[in-house]
Write a protein of this length. Sequence first.
Length: 151
Amino acid sequence: MNYQLTPETNKPRIVTVLSVSPLADDYFSLQAIFSHSKRALYRADSLASAMAAIRRWEIGVVLCERDLSPGTWIDMLEELRVLPNAPPLIVTSRLADDRLWAEALNLGAYDVLAKPFELRELVRSVNLAWLHWYHQREVQTRGWNQMRAAS
């Protein structure tokens, strides 16, 4: 597995990624890339299966195809918004143009990546999104523990 050392504990944390796409090639492409970096990669082919995976495993980053069946990445983003410590959403598309990028970032997505994936760009975006998620989780956990200790 690919590990990130966290500054608070110096303990390794596994980078967990969920690929949400009805296209099997998306998962196989990510699997080929991540097999060398040893991240934990999970697969969902729909919005419903993605939410089931997020409830089952601790997912740090969601890579979501622009068009799901049914739905779109916007539906995925809306589902994530109601979760405590939701993982960041990275939108993927063969048609990743400036319009999609602007719309996605304005609505709250973490990033947009074009397909086919470019190795360095994909790894950089996933690593930064995971660190963002991890640090948010740590802040929430510390705040909750401080509130419990004060009461």
